[in-house]
Design a protein around this ligand. Sequence first.
Ligand code: ZN
Length: 97
Amino acid sequence: MNTIAPTPEAMPEGPVDCREAMSHLYRYIDNEMTLDELERMRTHLEKCSECHYEMITAQDLRRLLRRSCIERAPNELRKRVAAKIAELREEVTTPAS
Ligand SMILES: [Zn+2]
């Protein structure tokens, strides 16, 4: 039987596995978890370096996005974004008809 819920609101009972950790990653980052969930999430992240890495990455991204809305993006990032845009533009700017 298929028991996979599309977007589970709460984590199921028992230890958190990678799939659960990943599907609740943003709730963890955004502090939208209950203390119990938080605790179990932390337990998993402590022993699972893959999920821990995903969490750090997502957290950085979140922070970056949030900051870039408020302040101006740091120079380093602007340079990187500009380079990326130029790169994309070159691909797109093939002969315009
Ligand atoms: Zn994991």
